[in-house]
Write a protein that binds this ligand. Structure first.
Ligand code: SER
Length: 317
C-alpha cells in the first residue's frame, strides 16, 4: 500500500483509521474521503489531503483514485444496524451499490480493497457461542443482509477478477474520538461517556445480552495487519472473524464501577435494539484470523475500561 483512500473517513472508525494510516504511510499518502454533510475537521482535515467521496456517485471514486494514484481503498461507508432498519433502501444503496462502484474502480485501477463485515452478518440460526469462521449466515436485519452481500461480492471480485479484497467481521467497536451512530452496540461506548460525566446510564439492552466488542486500537491494528498480510497464507478473504472480548451490560457496568464507584445504571429496553442483539452471536471464534495472519488483540474489558476513562477524563467530555 503506497497511496490509500479511506472512504467514510469522518466516521467512528474512519476518523481514527485515517490518522493511523497517515502515521504509518505518511500524511500525503492517505486521502480522507468524506460526504459533504460530514466534512473533516481539526487534525484530520489539516494533516493530509481530503476529497468529497460519495460512494453512490459512480464517477467520484475513479477520479480520486486517478488523481492520487491510489492502490488501496478502505471502504467504511455504511449505515449501522439500527438506523439501517429505518432506511433499508439507503442502507442497501450505500452498502452495496457503493461497494460495486468501489470494486469496479479497483478492478480498473488495480487497487486492494478492505470493506468490513460485521457480527451483524450472522443471524438467529447461526451457532451462538464461539461462532465458527464458516457457518450459517442468515441475518434478519438489512444491515446484516448488506454485510453478507458485501462478503459474497468481495469474494466474487477476488476469484473472478483478481481484485485483492480482504476484510474482517468487526464486533462492536469501542472508541473515544468519534461517536458511533445508530448501531446496536453503541451502548458500550455511551456508557463510558455517562460514567465520566457522572450521569446515571440508562441501558437499552437487558441484562445477559452478550455481544462481541473490541477496543479501537485493536480494530485499527486488525484492518492494517490484514491488508499487509502475506496473501499466500490467506485461505479466507471476506471476511475473517476477529474477537477480543464478549460481555453483557452488567459486566461492563461492574468494570466501570470499579474505577468510578458512584456510577449507576438503569435499564429501559429498546425493543428494536434488543431484537437485533438477540439475533447476533454472543462470541466469535477467531482461530482462522490467528492462524492465517497472526491476529492477536491487546485489550480486554479491564484494560480497555482503564484507558477509556483516562482518555475521556483528559478530554473533559
Ligand atoms: N456496531 C455495529 C452495529 O451495532 C455492528 O457491527 O450496528
Amino acid at each position: 500500500m503506497k497511496n490509500i483512500l479511506v472512504v467514510g473517513a469522518t466516521g467512528q472508525i474512519g476518523s481514527e483509521l485515517t490518522m493511523e494510516l497517515r502515521k504509518r504511510y505518511g500524511n500525503d499518502h492517505v486521502v480522507a474521503g468524506y460526504i459533504p454533510s460530514a466534512a473533516p475537521k481539526g487534525v484530520l482535515r489539516d494533516s493530509g489531503p481530503s476529497e468529497v467521496a460519495d460512494v453512490v456517485d459512480p464517477n467520484m471514486i475513479p477520479e480520486i483514485v486517478k488523481k492520487y494514484k491510489i492502490d488501496a481503498i478502505y471502504n467504511l461507508a455504511a449505515l449501522l444496524s439500527v438506523v439501517a432498519e429505518s432506511k433499508p433502501m439507503l442502507a442497501w444503496n450505500i452498502g452495496i451499490n457503493g461497494l460495486l462502484n468501489i470494486l469496479e474502480t479497483a478492478r480498473q485501477f488495480n487497487c486492494a480493497v478492505f470493506t468490513p463485515s460485521s457480527i451483524g452478518s450472522f443471524g438467529p440460526t447461526t451457532p451462538r457461542v464461539k461462532t465458527p469462521q464458516d457457518t450459517i449466515q442468515r441475518p434478519t436485519t438489512m444491515y446484516g443482509v448488506t454485510k453478507v452481500t458485501t462478503e459474497l461480492v468481495s469474494d466474487y471480485y477476488f476469484h473472478r477478477f483478481g481484485v485483492d479484497t480482504r476484510a474482517v467481521r468487526f464486533p462492536g467497536i469501542i472508541s473515544n474520538v468519534t461517536l458511533p451512530g445508530g448501531g446496536t452496540t453503541d451502548y458500550a461506548v455511551d456508557i463510558y461517556y455517562s460514567a465520566v460525566k457522572s450521569e446515571k446510564f440508562v441501558c437499552p439492552l437487558k441484562e445477559g445480552t452478550y455481544m462481541d466488542m473490541m477496543y479501537m486500537p485493536d480494530a485499527l491494528n486488525a484492518a492494517v495487519s490484514l491488508m499487509e498480510a502475506d496473501p499466500a497464507r490467506l485461505i479466507h478473504r471476506n471476511a475473517f472473524n476477529i474477537a477480543s472480548m464478549s460481555f453483557a451490560p452488567e459486566e461492563i457496568f461492574a468494570e466501570i464501577k470499579k474505577n468510578i464507584p458512584s456510577f449507576e445504571m438503569d435499564y429501559d429496553v429498546d425493543p428494536l435494539k434488543q431484537s437485533i442483539a438477540d439475533s447476533w452471536p454472543d462470541s466469535l471464534d477467531d482461530t482462522c484470523a490467528r492462524q492465517e495472519w497472526d491476529w492477536k488483540p491487546q485489550y480486554d474489558l479491564q484494560s480497555m475500561t482503564v484507558d477509556m476513562i483516562e482518555k475521556l477524563k483528559a478530554r473533559k467530555v
